[in-house]
Design a protein. Sequence first.
Length: 263
Amino acid sequence: MSNNLDKFFGAGTPPLVIARGGFSVIFPDSSDIAYIFALENATNIGCVFQNQSKTYPVNGVPTTAYFAVDYTLKDLCSYVVLTQGDYTRAGWFDTNIFEILTVNDLVTRAAPPGLWLNIQHDLFYTQHILTGFLRSIRTQINQRKTKLVFRFLERDEVDPSINQTYGSLLKNLTSIKTFASGILVPKGYIWPVDPTSLYLRTHTSLVYDAHKVGLEVFASDFQNDIPISFNYSYDPVVEYHNFIDNENFSVDGVLSDFPLNTV
């Protein structure tokens, strides 16, 4: 990495590598071995509780699936096991040995140096009165150690809590800084790819703008088995370098299914 890039890091430190679901490219997402080595299509719940899916509104969209709110932790840990969620990947480890982990299980078994805890669909859990625990620990969070990161979805999707598109939220990063220390964005927010030619377009100013208001920037959607821009010559390592080692900016971390490629 270039020695003159320190000024581009919002946190003043080299970028973090966040292993999404552990080493989820090989082992079942969020299994203990996936973490150490680094609901429906990620588990066998459809076989265990056949014909018991339900329909709930999720962000205003009726969604039929298996929802954690309908089961106890004992039910899930006793009968349900994890499987590889991406069916284009090898299913060699889709056996009855990878159980669902609690956060405490993960910390005890894998002892990671840091933990990225992904909590989505706040409105859904609020409707089901299941946000009490998170609200109760809010005052206990050590701001120096724990960072609250706001996740952006696709630009035209609407955040139901404020009824604005994520694209419009990009124009008001200062307001996000009032409650978060960083943002997680799809990598296309930073380096857009032309959908026709599959070549890179000019990078946006998002990283610079976010760092200017004091927000760290984490990029997501890094997967080796998804087609990437021709600019990278089919080499995912080159893609990572383009986000952390160029003359204009560096993200503060990347969220990847393939964490080994980033080190």
